[in-house]
Ligand binder design. Structure first.
Ligand code: BG6
Length: 504
C-alpha cells in the first residue's frame, strides 16, 4: 500500500449524512482509507442533515455504529477510531437555507492555506440541482483557495431530456471537471482489472473482436429483493436501476478502443464512442431485444420470500420489472453484429456478477468422439462472489482414452493476506486525487439514457408483465433474445475448480 498516494487534506461534506448510503458505504469506505493512511489527518468528515434533533454527539454515535457494523476494524483499533472521531463535524440545516451554507463554511477546515472540499450528494435526485445551485450562491464552489468537487450518485436524470437538463443546469454553476458522477461498479476491482487485462497484455487484443468473439454476456444476479427501497424502485425498475448505469458502463469497458492514456478524458472519449455506436433499438421491435419480468413469491436459501407485489410500499398491481435483459449491438469495425447481452434481476437463486466473453466455435470439428459440437471457449471475469478470471478451454483428458473435457484455468485475483478495497473506497480516493477516469462524463450519461429510451417507452405502455418464481432461473422469454448467439445463457450457479470439469 505504500505506493498509493495520500490525498491532500480535504473537507468531505456529506449531504444526506443520516441516510443509508452514508451508513453502509461512505463511512466504512472513509474509515478504511484512514486506516490505510490514504486520508490526510487534517481532513474533515462533515455530515449535513436537516433534522434539528441531531447534535455532535449523536453524529459521533451514528458513525461509531456504522463502523461497528460495516468496518469493525476501525473501531477495534483505538487509534483509528480516535483519528476518525476527531475528523467529524456536523452542520444542521435545510439545503435551500443560505444560513446553513454559512455554518458549513465555518465548519470547514483549512490546511496549508487551502480549503479543499468534496461535496458528496447522497440525497434524493430531485434535490441535486437545488444543492448545487445553493453551493454556488454561497460561494462554496469557488476554487480560488482549494479544489471544490461534487460527487453525485445515480440516477442522474430519469431519461435523456432530464439528464440533459440537469447537465445544462450544472454547467451554470460548476465546470465539468468538478463533477464526479459515481457508478460504483467502476470502482470494483474486477471491473478495473478488465482494463488492465485488456491494455496490459498483448495476447488477447488480436482476438478481441468480431472475428473471434461470438457474443458477450454481462450478468448481475442478486438474491435480495427490493428491501426497503420500494419508493425509489417502483419508479426505476431493473432497467433504470442497473442496466442504464452499471451494466452499460461495464459494457463500454469491454468494448472500448485502447485509449491514448488513462487520463480521465482519454478513457471517457473512448467510452462515449462505444455508446454512440450502439445501434438504436427499433421502437416497434423492443420484444426482440428486451425482456422484463417480476418476481413472484418463492424460496431463497430455504426461506419463503414474498412476491414483489406483496413487498412493503409496492403497488399490488405493479408492473415494475425486477428482472431485465437487453441485447445490444455496437455498430463499429470491431464489434459489428456481435451481440452484447445484459441481464440483471433481484430474487434470483444466487448473488453472482460476471462478464463472459464467448468465443466462436472452431470452423470444423475434427474430434469424432465429440458427438455434438465442441463447447465454446469462454473467458469469464467474475466480479462476485470471488473476483477473478476463468478461462474455459477444451483439452484432452490425460490417459489412453480419447476423451475431451472442458478445462478451467481459474485465476482468482485475491492474493492471500491482501485486503481488496471496496468500490466506494477506490472511487472516493480517486475523487480526492482528482482522477476522473472512473466517473461518468455528461455525454456518457446522456448516451446511456438514449440507449434504453425505446425500451423505457415501450414498457410504459399498458401491457402485461411476466413473472418468475423467486429463487428460480425460470424466466419467461429470456431465450428469445439469445437468437443468433451460440449456446444459451450461462448458468450462473456453475462454480469452476481449476482443472478439468465434469461436463465435456
Ligand atoms: C445499486 C442498485 O446501484 O446496485 C441496487 O440501486 C443494487 O438495486 C446494487 O442492489 C447492486 O450493487 P452490488 O455492488 O451489490 O452488486
Amino acid at each position: 500500500m505504500s505506493a498509493v498516494p495520500q490525498a491532500d487534506p480535504c473537507n468531505i461534506v456529506i449531504f444526506g449524512a443520516s441516510g443509508d448510503l452514508t451508513r453502509r458505504k461512505l463511512l466504512p469506505a472513509l474509515a478504511r482509507m484512514q486506516r490505510w493512511n490514504l486520508l490526510a489527518a487534517d481532513s474533515r468528515i462533515i455530515g449535513v442533515m436537516r433534522d434539528p434533533s441531531w447534535h455532535a454527539e449523536r453524529w459521533q454515535q451514528y458513525v461509531h455504529a456504522s463502523l461497528e457494523e460495516f468496518h469493525p476494524d476501525a473501531i477495534n483499533e483505538a487509534d483509528s477510531w480516535q483519528t476518525i472521531a476527531a475528523m467529524l463535524e456536523l452542520t444542521i440545516g435545510d439545503l435551500t437555507d443560505a444560513s446553513m451554507y454559512q455554518r458549513l463554511r465555518e465548519n470547514m477546515k483549512s490546511s496549508n492555506g487551502r480549503t479543499n472540499a468534496l461535496f458528496y450528494l447522497a440525497i434524493p435526485p430531485q434535490w441535486y440541482e437545488s444543492a448545487v445551485s445553493a453551493l454556488h450562491q454561497s460561494g462554496l464552489l469557488d476554487e480560488s483557495d482549494g479544489f471544490r468537487r461534487i460527487v453525485i450518485e445515480k440516477p442522474f436524470g430519469s431519461d435523456v431530456a432530464s439528464a440533459r437538463a440537469l447537465n445544462l443546469a450544472f454547467r451554470e454553476y460548476v465546470k465539468e471537471s468538478q463533477i464526479y458522477r459515481i457508478d460504483h461498479y467502476l470502482g470494483k476491482e474486477g471491473v478495473q482489472n478488465l482494463m488492465v487485462f485488456r491494455f496490459a497484455n498483448t495476447v488477447f487484443e488480436p482476438l478481441w473482436n468480431r472475428n473471434y468473439i461470438d457474443h458477450v454476456q454481462i450478468s448481475v444476479s442478486e438474491n435480495i429483493g427490493v428491501e426497503y427501497r420500494a419508493d425509489y424502485y417502483e419508479k426505476a425498475g431493473a432497467l433504470m436501476d442497473m442496466i442504464q448505469s452499471h451494466l452499460i458502463q461495464v459494457m463500454t469497458l469491454v468494448a472500448m478502443e485502447i485509449p491514448v492514456s488513462l487520463d480521465g478524458n482519454a478513457v471517457r472519449d473512448e467510452k462515449v464512442k462505444v455508446l454512440k455506436s450502439v445501434r438504436p433499438i427499433p421502437p416497434d421491435q423492443v420484444d426482440r431485444f428486451a425482456v422484463r419480468a417480476q418476481y413472484a413469491g418463492g424460496m431463497i436459501d430455504g426461506k419463503r420470500v414474498p412476491a414483489y407485489r406483496d413487498e412493503p410500499d409496492v403497488d399490488p398491481a405493479s408492473t415494475t420489472e425486477t428482472f431485465a435483459a437487453l441485447k445490444l449491438y455496437i455498430d463499429n469495425w470491431r464489434w459489428q453484429d456481435v451481440p452484447f447481452l445484459l441481464r440483471t434481476g433481484k430474487r434470483l437463486p444466487h448473488r453472482v456478477s460476471e462478464i463472459a466473453i464467448r468465443f466462436k466455435k472452431p470452423p470444423k470439428n475434427l474430434f469424432s468422439q465429440v458427438k455434438t459440437q465442441l463447447p465454446q471457449n469462454e473467458l469469464i471475469f467474475r466480479l462476485h462472489p470471488e473476483e477473478g478470471m476463468i478461462f474455459l478451454l477444451n483439452a484432452k483428458l490425460p490417459g489412453l482414452n480419447d476423451e475431451l473435457r472442458k478445462l478451467a484455468l481459474d485465476a482468482p485475483y485475491a492474493v492471500t493476506g491482501s485486503d481488496s478495497p471496496e468500490a466506494y473506497e477506490t472511487l472516493l480516493h480517486d475523487a480526492l486525487l482528482g482522477q476522473m477516469a472512473l466517473f461518468s462524463r455528461a455525454d456518457e450519461v446522456e448516451e446511456s439514457w438514449r440507449i434504453v429510451a425505446p425500451v423505457m417507452q415501450a414498457w410504459k405502455q399498458p401491457g402485461s408483465i411476466r413473472f418468475y418464481e423467486a429463487g428460480s432461473w425460470d424466466i419467461p422469454d429470456t431465450e428469445t433474445i439469445m437468437e443468433g448467439c451460440i449456446g444459451c445463457w450461462r448458468d450462473l450457479s456453475t462454480t469452476y475448480q481449476h482443472g478439468y470439469t465434469s461436463s465435456s
